[in-house]
Each structure stands twice: as C-alpha cells, then as structure tokens.
Design a protein around this ligand. Sequence first.
Ligand code: AMP
Length: 435
Amino acid sequence: MPESFANLNLRDEILDAISEAGYTKPTPVQEQAIPAILKGIDLQVSAQTGTGKTAAFLLPILEKISTDKVMDVRQPKALVLTPTRELAIQIAENFETYSEKLDLKATAVFGGSSMGTQIKKLTKGVDVVIATPGRILDHLGQGNVNFDNLRFLVLDEADRMLDMGFKKDIRLIQKNLPTRKQSMLFSATFPPDVLDLAASTLVNPSRIQISRSNAAADNVTQVVHPVAAARKLELLTEIIDRGDLNQVLVFTKTKQMANDVVDHLKGNKISAVALHGNKTQSARKRALQDFKDIKVRILVATDVASRGLDIDTLMYVINFELPGVPEDYVHRIGRTGRAGASGKAITLVSADEQRHLKDIERFLGRQIPLEQFGDYSRGDSASLKKKKSVSVMGGRSRHSNEESRQYLDGDKRGAKQRQSSNSAKKKNQKKFKRR
Ligand code: AMP
C-alpha cells in the first residue's frame, strides 16, 4: 500500500497543491481509487461521507485531463453529478484547491441560481462540470453545453441522488453523453436501485468497499437522549449550555422546525442560524460561512440543505428530530468526525420516534447508548399530541423531494426565460435526446 501521495503517480503540481492543503497521506479510499482510475478502470465505490472520496476521484481525473492535448477548445472532459448545490459548491472548491497549479477550469451548476451566469461560464469553456442533475439537464436541453469530448463521468452520492428523485434525469443525461468514457459511482449505501444504476453505468468495474455500507463513522461517539417531545427545546439548550458547545450542527426534519429552533436558541442568547431550501443562495452561503468562522454557534439545518456540508472542525451533531430514513442518520452524523477527527452525535428521541430509532439501530447493526440529564422524558404522552401538531409534515423523502423540486422548478423557470438563439446552441439542442 502506498503510504504517501508521492507513490500514487500524480504530477508534482498536484502533489504540491495537496501538500499545501495539509494532506500528508492518502486516506484508504484514495489509496485504492486513485491507482484504479489512473489505469482507466470503471469504479463502484462504497464510501461514506468524510472518507476523502472527493479527492479520490478528483485527483486522478485532474492528472489525466491535464495531459490532454486538445486544450485549444476548452470543452468538458469530466462531468460530476451530485445531489445538492452545497455539495456541488464544495466539490468545485476542492477542485480549485487541487488544481491551483494547473491550467484547468471547472464550474459548478445547480438550481436556484442564475442560468445566465452559468451559461456564460459554460460557453466560455470549462474542463470539468460539477452539476446537480436537474440543472445540467436544462443546460443540455438548451444546448448550452457540449459533452462530445467527455472522458469521465462521476456519479457522486448516488444513493442520495436516487432518493431525491433524480433517477430519470440521470438516465436522460447519460443518453446525451458519449458511450466511450470512464465512469465512477460513489455511494454510502447500495440499495437495489443504486445497484441497478451501477450495473447500467459501469463497464467491468472494480469494486471498492471502504466500510460497511451502513456503518457510521467509527470515530463518532453516538448517544441517545430520551425526551418528552415538548421538552426538546429545553433539553437542547441545556446540552449546549452544559457543554459550553461552540459549534454545533442541529438537524430538524422540516424548515419550519429549523426556524422554530433558531428562534428558541436566540431567545436564550445562543447565536443560531437556519440553513434550508427556503433561504436564498446568498443567505445560505453566509450562514455557512458564519458557522465555519464560529461567528454563530449553532447551525440548524434540514437534511437536503446540509448535504455535503464539510466543516473540518465540527465536533457536535445534534439530531433534534430523527430523520425519516436510516441512511440520513448516517449522513447526518458523518458531518462530524471528518477525515479521522473525533466527533459526537447526540440524538433527541421522543416516544413517537422510538420506532424510527429502532429502524436506525437495525440499520447500524448496533444499539446507540443512552445518555441522560435529569428526567426530560417525563410527560411525553401528554406532549405527544402537541408535537404531532407542530412537527411532522410527512417523511424525510417527501420533504427532500419538496425541496429538490423547488430547486428544479427554479431551474426550469430560469431555463424558459433565457432561451438562447445562438447557432452552436441550436446544433447542440438538435442533438439532445429527450427520451
Ligand atoms: P470528503 O469525504 O471528500 O467529503 O472529504 C472529507 C474531508 O477530508 C474534507 O475536508 C477533505 O478536505 C479532507 N481530506 C480529503 N483527503 C484528505 C487527506 N488525504 N488528508 C487529510 N484530509 C483529507
């Protein structure tokens, strides 16, 4: 096994950039994926978030496309499909870091932000496109992008993309890509629909399994606090105060509950900000930056909005409400304990959530230990009715779809408004396969 990046056959410009980023040795997924990708092999990778999977695909792609001699016309050579705009932005940021010393360009395209700006960047020419499926499909349909020279396709967080209803979009995008290319699929979990997608995308793939598909990061301590539904806000405040916690990511199921939690914390003089699909792109960016800079102590997020959040130093995740599906629990707690650091995930569970907790424990294959302050669970049956009336607007997946659909609708509105008549676009548009 190569113990250092130097043994991985990456050019000096890339090695310098990753050393400047502070990486001293490759993570397990990087050790295995980088040589395979450099050899031209398709990959199916089971790796959870926080394992260093982004660099595992970006570094060898950068290595390979920087040898490309067809640089006179800058056209996309790699397409990375990813479920959310946050993740797209993060991958683009990683690209900037790793390609700092190379003459390569990438752009991130996602819903909820101007089509016009994205069209400008795409038509100016980029080597790597990082995109959410709905938005890149709109660009393809309008002929804003030409993938004739595409050599790499990455499906990142494939389980989440399918979970968010992007299956058809992904198929349609694939129909509009060259057949000869190297493909990689990364997913934390491999339910049957992800396996189907892998089977139809990958040719003779190597399989890399970094951890059990349903394993939560080993370096994250997990605990459960039983609590009456009506006392969750009180307990949350106590946990934050007691531990004097300064950077905590709190998860709720709904946007409304995220706002309610923020209001409560602010009322208790704890600085907090919400991150969810109803916020503008700039508000979300600011919220995230303030949280990273520890200008606000608590970030309260919904599952979709938090996808891909990467905060190096994050020690605490609190599940104010349990997610509707166990996979999301793993994704949530994977926001802490990044790249080997330790973290703690605290889950508040009321009586009506016991069933969800059982599902999660079955999925993890182990029980999550209890931690308790006082008797916060007293009076749960009385509070149950109240909780039902304020919290649950359907399961997580419905909520995710609701948020993702919102982005897509935004995409489509923007798309209609800015139909371009330029001839290259028309040519691309004519080629676009709609079925
Ligand atoms: P990812 O799983 O791609 O979301 O990466 C998780 C975090 O690990 C990110 O903050 C990366 O910057 C960081 N990271 C990736 N590779 C390495 C490495 N070899 N050494 C240290 N940190 C890394």
